[in-house]
Design a protein. Sequence first.
Length: 562
Amino acid sequence: MRRWIWPFFVALTAVWLGAGRGAFGADASVIELPPMMVEETATSVRWLYARVNGFEFLSRCSAATTRRYAEAWQKRLQLLQTLVPEPFLARTELPAVVVLYAQDGKQAVSPEIQRELQALQSGGGDYSLGSLDRTRMGFAPNMRLNDRDMHAVFVSVNEARFDASTLIVSPGYLHYLLERRVPVLPTWLIEGIDRTYLGADFVKAPITLPPLVWANRWESEALARNPDRPRALLPANELFASTSAKRGDTSSPRRLEVMLSGTELLVRWAIDSGGEQRDAFWRLANRAAEEPLTEEVFEACFGFGFSELRDRLSDYLPRAVKEPLRIAPGKLPALPRVEVRPATPNEIARLRGEWERLAISYVQNRLPQVRELYVEQARRTLRKAFESGDRDPRLLATMGLCEIDAGNPAGARDFLESAIAAGVVRPRVYFEIARLRFVDLRSNLPETKTFTYAELATVLAPLRKVVQQAPLLPEAFALFAEAWVRSTEPPTAADLAVLEQGARLFARQTKISFYLALAFTRHGRAAQAKALLAAGEDYLYDEATRQRFAQLNELLVRTPSR
């Protein structure tokens, strides 16, 4: 039975430019580009709209298909939360955008853009692939694109074959929700959930997880045949170790296999145990996101220590490799009915434009030669609505971010300022305005220049808005701290609380925590700075960051604590 994976790439029929896939040759590479939708015409199929549970659907499918898809997606997300509780998934106040596009034989790209890409492929036109002469470009039928505060999905639907009951949430989307959660989840937890979910069947009832693969299939089969077979489990303190200190060592593949399998075994054991044990596991996960996971913390959650955990996991392992795990979700709350209606011109422009804007950064990273085509497409879509008089602050916000992503900050300013004046809820908009104002303030001045509180006020004001909206942006806290590093006056009590919030939430993101520690140091709070640097010691991924931490530590050694 075919399953629809949402919202991740599925190898359906792509629109390829140039020769067929089999003609590319063994050394040819393929770059999958984001779909680009056909331009509107008087005879175009109408767009439909639905909004439910944090998702906006813009659809060129039938109303029935749109409703079935949206209802099935709600159901799958509800089932997912029986495995991973909602508090451990990323939260955002912005609805995700889902574009459903019927596979009706038409290409999801205008003829003009296709001709430009074909010219590019052949070395003509205004751009050139240069050394990428063996590269072939194609439009992916399905794709998910992310921004700092939201994400969007394009799904190509074959309505004649679409079966909503087989829709599943992709492992990539679950990883996105785990990775973007604030406070940041520990690596061992994300690894364990990722591996546990990878083979899970959420279509059948009950939810079914296949037998665990321990280290490798040969080892798993041997353990299933002989439960008394010797096996090596890592001590709990190593299982819970930080990424850089323990997981980055590739000198022992066997040890890495056991570590990764151990995280999956731990998650599976906690889920299978159920009741108080499962609750204790999620209490532990919640605490591990905000503080070091010591044996004392573990024992406070479970009532026993690391040694007994290792024994329990060892005892559970033979069963895990032999038997599937079945999870009965029980009676789930009723889901709201999905109301599908014709989309308004604002909704069409805003949601299409959001998707097209997100494509700009994607192609910039993969094939910058075609970036301008995507910039032009997004601008056309958004400006058509703006020029017709639409001043929805959400549209203005997207237009401003489009110009930022296109490398045109001067053109972004008015749109972003107008969106903020209208009270838009969009964390990245407030961050970008603060960043632009800070750039202006520092323009043509030495890096050591400091500023008064009054001079920094226009930078700090939008950042105070960012920390009140979800998702919380780590870079906003870093900019907030950097502004206070440049201040001649100490932070107010309210702003100090924001710095402390950032230190609590992002201690493991050292490129963020460094600026927070620097702000604490600048304003005489050496003890807080030292604690923050100590918390980040195991997460120093590059030499430049290590050197900056070392230099600040040296300064703090000579600084009295407060």
